[in-house]
Write a protein that binds this ligand. Structure first.
Ligand code: SF4
Ligand code: SF4
Length: 434
């Protein structure tokens, strides 16, 4: 793709980087074939190629974002299916991030939208506040008919019950036998509030296999939710806090990895190094790179570094398990085979979902902000899952788990909960009705 940025524009490292990405695009349009929004809407501007043109146009001409551009960029799921498909290696992920930041800086959204996005960016990364507000929402149910449709739809995604973690708020969990490795675990923000069982299962599996687990109270949110809302000021604050906290832990305890059990967060943490690669603070650049380098999805770590012990489990019944590959996992992190191989080791029959490269519509806050497209994608995902007739669905991302649970009766749990169960842990609560 030809570009016409001026010399002084290219002095901005963000522009310089995006310009290199634009130049790689050869307009072939192959990415449109796997783009969920292009598949549904059939509009060139709702596919990656069209979005790349629009972002280039805004940046090159230093134009504020228009209503039309915002509409089409907002419809992008950041699922990165286009990243996997593109034969020229166009780094769409960083272009859309740049585009979103530009929109946030130059476009004045209608007041309701602004308030809604600000509210999501403020509340979701704070588990205690999220739980508190969810309770208020539950108590005021008889009055919900007074609320705008959009708010009612958002409320429908709030879980009715919140369980508690089996573990105290310890910062270090030591295995009963001598530890073979030390890791940090990201416990997440929304996940910690609505599904502490996922962190419990992760800690159980790690301790059972002799791995010491460190959880840092300084690490509150990976910053991904606000990053994808284009709220750079907020997300960078989270990024820097996390980088400093994990780097100190690395220096002090020589941890081998930072484990992530929410793939949406994992994609962003693995990108910290890139995000800060041009930062004036040399030490921050070094720390960010280190953090990204040692960040792993928990299934990636278990499959590649640990010999799991399945002998404690006395399961006789075997299940058909459909594995839903979260976009952030398969496209964002290129982690696809590891969770499937891990699940296969449990002795169950693991099934891949047809059209598994397509998003379920969750995508961070997408199902809250773009409910019609998200519902259509959910419908398609559930139809595809049903085709393989599973007893259980497994996924590695809390967003997908909640989204799919809203559209299908088949129980869905996190991959690590199944690994916990089949290595001697308790049955996941989500499978009680099995
Ligand atoms: S597939 Fe890659 S090179 Fe082709 S249009 Fe899409 S982004 Fe450009
Ligand atoms: S990230 Fe997903 S929705 Fe966005 S352009 Fe790429 S394939 Fe389409």
């Amino acid at each position: 793709m030809q570009t016409n940025f001026k010399k002084n524009q290219l002095l901005d490292p963000e522009i310089e980087n995006s310009e290199k990405i634009f130049r790689k695009c050869v307009h072939c349009g192959m990415c449109n074939a796997t783009c969920p929004t292009y598949k549904i809407l059939g509009d060139e501007l709702d596919g990656p190629r069209g979005r790349i043109y629009m972002i280039k146009d805004m940046l090159e001409n230093n134009k504020p974002a228009s209503k039309k551009i915002v509409k089409h960029i907002d419809r992008c799921l950041s699922c990165y299916a286009c990243l996997t498909t593109c034969p020229s290696g166009v780094d769409y992920m960083h272009l859309i991030d740049h585009g979103r930041n530009h929109i946030e800086r130059t476009y004045n959204r209608p007041i309701f939208e602004r308030l809604l996005r600000a509210m999501l960016a403020y509340v979701l990364p704070k588990p205690k506040l999220f739980k508190f507000l969810s309770k208020i929402v539950s108590f005021t149910k008889p009055l919900h008919f007074l609320l705008p449709k959009k708010i009612k739809q958002i409320i429908s995604y709030i879980p009715k019950n919140f369980s508690s973690s089996q573990f105290p708020n310890n910062l270090v969990f030591k295995p009963s036998k001598k530890s073979i490795s030390k890791v940090a675990l990201l416990t997440g923000c929304v996940q910690k509030a609505i599904s502490p069982n996922i962190n419990d299962a992760s800690i159980n599996v790690l301790l059972r296999h002799g791995i010491e687990v460190h959880i840092l109270k300084e690490v509150k949110c990976c910053g991904s939710l606000t990053h994808h809302l284009g709220k750079e000021n907020i997300s960078h604050k989270y990024f820097i806090e996390n980088i400093n906290a994990w780097y100190s832990l690395y220096e002090k305890h020589k941890i081998d990895a930072i484990l992530v059990n929410t793939s949406g967060c994992g994609t962003t943490i693995k990108d910290y190094g890139f995000i800060f690669k041009n930062h004036p603070d040399k030490l921050l650049r070094k720390k960010a790179k280190l953090v990204s380098d040692i960040a792993l999805d928990i299934t990636e770590y278990l499959e590649e570094s640990i010999k799991l012990d399945f002998t404690r489990s006395n399961h006789t019944k075997r299940y058909n398990i459909a594995y839903h590959s979260a976009c952030s996992m398969q496209h964002g992190q290129k982690v696809h085979n590891q969770p499937i191989e891990l699940l296969k080791k449990t002795g169950n029959n693991i099934l891949e979902v047809p059209d598994g490269h397509l998003c379920c519509g969750s995508a961070g806050t997408y199902n809250l902000l773009q409910d019609e497209l998200a519902s259509e994608l959910l419908k398609r995902k559930c139809e595809n899952i049903k085709k393989v007739k599973p007893d259980i669905i497994a996924a590695g991302n809390i967003g997908c788990i909640n989204q799919i649970a809203n559209g299908i009766e088949i129980p869905i749990v996190h991959t690590i909960e199944l690994i916990d169960w089949f290595t001697g842990g308790k049955k996941p609560s989500g499978l009680n009705r099995l």
